[in-house]
Write a protein that binds this ligand. Sequence first.
Ligand code: AMP
Length: 154
Amino acid sequence: MVSLQKETLRIPLVSELMIPSEKVAHVQISNPLEHALLVLVKSGYSAVPVLDPSYTFQGVISKTRILEETIGIEEFEMNRLSEIMVKEVMDDQVPCLTKEQTMIDALHKLIDHPFVCVTNDKGEFDGIVTRRTILKQFSKHYHETLKYTMLETT
Ligand code: AMP
């Protein structure tokens, strides 16, 4: 019974939780903002990672940041989006994780961000960990722990 409980409570690694890079929508630093907005609207995400041509992680671009750029004096100026590049507007001060870190490391960073990017020691993009994944893990652990606790007390 005790060993079973220990197995259930093993803390997963980031590598076990992440969405791999090939399944993550992203934009390139040199893309114009109009392309980035198209990717965001089509994918339904509020923000996506920004990579350079060698797949090194550079930052995150969000719908909010893009729309801020369109605010003119009297109206939205959407035509400006073809003149501004993603690298001029993206947030490059975001935390990252490595595959070897644990769900607890991810949890701390996800308090302030809906997703966190995973990179290797060269800064190359490996994938993302999302709040949804972490919440699902916690829900699973909570229910399994509760089940074992009830079994032990009966
Ligand atoms: P979730 O916790 O699943 O709602 O995801 C949180 C955020 O992570 C989303 O709003 C997106 O910004 C980002 N995200 C999740 N999945 C992907 C994906 N496959 N590609 C790009 N970004 C994603």
